[in-house]
Design a protein around this ligand. Structure first.
Ligand code: HAM
Length: 418
C-alpha cells in the first residue's frame, strides 16, 4: 500500500519554507518589539487541561480532540490550541511572581479532528501570544496593534478587524436566562446538538453551522446588548484606545468565539480576499482562566493566528518571501587527490558560513559542472593537481561567467563580500 500523509496534514516542502521562515521570524521580531518572550510548551497535555480550560461543551473538546491513553493509563490530548497549555505553564512555573504583565509568545503546531477543507487542517500551525496580569482594555488595544503592525509589515494591513464584548460571568448569567427564554420557543426546531447546548451552555448555539439553527437564532438577543456597567465601560474604553492608536475596527455583536474561557473582549481579523475560512486570527480576554486552574485571580488576554491561513492570504495577493541569496561554491575535484583537497576547502568554506559542496554521488566532472549550474550555485571551481600545488584556485562566477584566481583565504573573504 502507498504510504501517504494522514488526512488533514501536509508536508511543508523546501520550495515554500522561506516564506514560512520569513513570517515566523517577523512575528518573533514584532513580538520582541512589544516586550514578549518566547515560550515552548509540550505538544500534548493531560486531557483535563483542555477540558477545564477550553471547556467540555465546546466543539473543540467534545468532537475534535486527539485523545489517547498512554502506557501508564493517563488520558493525554494533543493540544488543539495554545492558551490552556500556556496558562498551565504560567501557574506551574510560578510566573505570577514575575512583574506583570507577563508577556509570552509562541509558534506551535495544533491538532483538531475537523472536516478537512481549504484552510482547515487536522494539524495546523499557530503563531500566538498570551499576556497575564493586566485587566484594563489598554493591553487589549496594544495586542491588537501588535497584530496590525505584523500585518502591515506583511503587506496585508487591510484585513478586517472585528471586535465584540461577551461580558463577565455576572452579565452572562442574566443573559443566559434571556437567551434560554428565546430558545425555549424554538427548542423543537433546534438540531440535537443545539438541544444539548440549550441545557449545558446556551451561548454555544452561536457556533452551530446548521442552516436551520442559524436561521432560528438570527434575531436572538445578543450578549453585547446586555453587558453589566463595568463590562460596558471596558468595551467603550477599548474602542477609545483603538481610536487613539489609529486602528480601524467594526463591532460585530455576533462574535462569541468557540472556546469557553473568554470574557469581555473578543476579536477576529478576517480576510477581505479568502472566503469561508477567512478568519486568519482570533483572540480575546480570559480573566477567569487562571483562577479556574487554581492559580489565583490573574486576568489574561491573547490571540492566535493560523499560519496556513495567513499564507493563503499572502499568496492570494501574490505576496511571497525569499531569503537573500548567499554565496555558494561547488568544488569539483579531479582524481582522488583533487577530491580530497576539494573536501578540505569545502569544510573551510562552510566554517566561514559559505555554502559549499563537493560531489557525493559519483558525478563525472562534466555532470558536476551541469549540476552546479542547475542547482543555483553562485560560483564554481575545479580542483586538480595545479590547484593543490599552488594553493590558488580559479573560481568562476556562474552569473556572469567571469573567472578569478584566488588564494584560499582570499576566496573566503571575496565570497563573503558578495
Ligand atoms: P481559534 O480561533 O480556535 O483560537 O484559532 C485561532 C486561529 O487558528 C484561527 O483564526 C485560524 O486561523 C487557525 N485555525 C484554527 N483551526 C484551524 C484548522 N483546523 N486549520 C487551520 N487553521 C486553523 C484559539 O486557538 C485561541 N487559543 C486563541 C487565543 C489565544 N485566545 C486567547 N489567546
Amino acid at each position: 500500500m502507498k504510504l501517504t500523509a494522514p488526512k488533514g496534514t501536509r508536508d511543508i516542502l523546501p520550495a515554500e519554507i522561506e516564506t514560512w521562515q520569513y513570517v515566523e521570524r517577523l512575528f518573533a521580531d514584532v513580538c520582541g518589539a512589544f516586550g514578549y518572550s518566547e515560550i515552548r510548551i509540550p505538544t500534548f497535555e493531560s486531557t483535563e487541561v483542555f477540558q477545564r480550560g477550553v471547556g467540555t461543551t465546546t466543539d473543540v473538546v467534545q468532537k475534535e480532540m486527539y485523545t489517547f491513553l498512554d502506557k501508564g493509563n493517563r488520558s493525554l490530548s494533543l493540544r488543539p490550541e495554545g492558551t490552556a497549555g500556556v496558562a498551565r505553564s504560567f501557574i506551574e512555573n510560578g510566573m505570577n511572581s514575575l512583574p506583570f504583565p507577563v508577556k509570552l509568545f509562541y509558534n506551535i503546531t495544533a491538532f483538531r479532528y475537523e472536516n478537512v477543507q481549504k484552510g482547515r487542517y487536522r494539524e495546523f500551525h499557530q503563531l500566538g501570544l498570551e499576556a497575564f496580569g493586566s485587566r484594563g482594555p489598554e493591553i487589549d488595544a496594544e495586542i491588537i496593534s501588535l497584530i496590525s503592525v505584523f500585518f502591515q509589515k506583511l503587506g496585508i494591513q487591510d484585513s478586517m478587524l472585528r471586535i465584540n464584548s461577551i461580558g463577565c460571568p455576572e452579565c452572562r448569567a442574566a443573559y443566559h436566562s434571556l437567551l434560554k427564554d428565546f430558545l425555549a420557543d424554538r427548542y423543537d426546531r433546534l438540531c440535537p446538538t443545539c438541544r444539548n447546548r440549550f441545557d449545558q451552555n446556551p451561548l454555544r448555539v452561536f457556533d452551530c453551522k446548521e442552516e436551520g439553527c442559524r436561521a432560528l437564532i438570527a434575531d436572538a438577543p445578543l450578549l453585547a446588548d446586555h453587558l453589566c456597567g463595568e463590562c460596558g465601560t471596558h468595551f467603550e474604553r477599548l474602542k477609545q484606545s483603538l481610536g487613539n492608536l489609529g486602528i480601524g475596527y467594526e463591532v460585530d455583536k455576533h462574535i462569541v468565539r468557540g472556546l469557553d474561557y473568554y470574557t469581555r473582549t473578543v476579536f477576529e481579523f478576517v480576510s477581505v480576499h479568502v472566503g469561508t475560512q477567512g478568519t486568519i486570527c482570533g483572540g480575546g480576554r480570559y480573566d477567569g482562566l487562571i483562577s479556574q486552574f487554581g492559580g489565583g485571580d490573574v486576568p489574561g488576554i491573547g490571540f492566535a493566528l493560523g499560519i496556513e491561513r495567513l499564507l493563503m492570504e499572502l499568496s492570494s495577493r501574490g505576496i511571497g518571501f525569499t531569503a537573500p541569496p548567499r554565496p555558494s561554491v561547488y568544488l569539483a575535484g579531479i582524481g582522488e587527490a583533487g577530491c580530497d583537497y576539494a573536501g578540505r576547502i569545502c569544510l573551510d568554506m562552510r566554517r566561514a558560513g559559505i555554502r559549499a559542496e563537493t560531489d557525493l554521488v559519483g558525478r563525472s566532472l562534466n555532470a558536476g559542472l551541469k549540476y552546479a549550474a542547475k542547482t543555483g550555485f553562485s560560483h564554481l571551481a575545479v580542483i586538480g593537481d595545479n590547484e593543490i600545488r599552488t594553493g590558488r584556485v580559479k573560481v568562476k562566477c556562474l552569473k556572469d561567467g567571469t573567472e578569478t584566481e584566488w588564494g584560499l583565504e582570499e576566496m573566503k573573504e571575496q565570497m563573503l563580500r558578495i
